[in-house]
Design a protein around this ligand. Structure first.
Ligand code: SF4
Ligand code: SF4
Length: 102
């Protein structure tokens, strides 16, 4: 089991309120607002933490690069993918890749 799977497993017993608290506690470390792909619309809608919460609701569609691999949350969670705002969360992308190999 890799680090990301371990982190995901730790969340399983948590109630949704506890998960929201956990996400709120790490949001400040997210680097998305400094990314060239991030937009004013995404900021206005309070979007952030795409790696865990999933893709943007239409606020980011132009790929101008992704700075996720340099983010402390990325490293701490052992993530491997990127462009989460345009493609979906790390969990979604891993699942998609697995489906594609079946
Ligand atoms: S890995 Fe990317 S989406 Fe996740 S918190 Fe860091 S900058 Fe934000
Ligand atoms: S997920 Fe990656 S591409 Fe999207 S805004 Fe965050 S750092 Fe930029």
């Amino acid at each position: 089991m890799d680090t990301f799977e371990q982190r995901t497993r730790e969340l399983l017993p948590l109630k949704k309120e506890e998960r929201w608290k956990r996400y709120d506690s790490i949001k400040e470390a997210c680097l998305c607002s400094s990314c060239p792909s991030f937009t004013g619309s995404a900021e206005k809608n309070g979007e952030i933490l795409y790696c865990l919460l999933g893709m943007s609701f239409g606020c980011i569609r132009d790929d101008r690069g992704c700075i996720c691999p340099g983010c402390p949350i990325y490293i701490e969670h052992g993530m491997m993918k990127k462009d989460f705002c345009m493609k979906g969360s790390e969990k979604d992308l891993r699942w998609e890749m697995e489906v594609g190999t079946r």
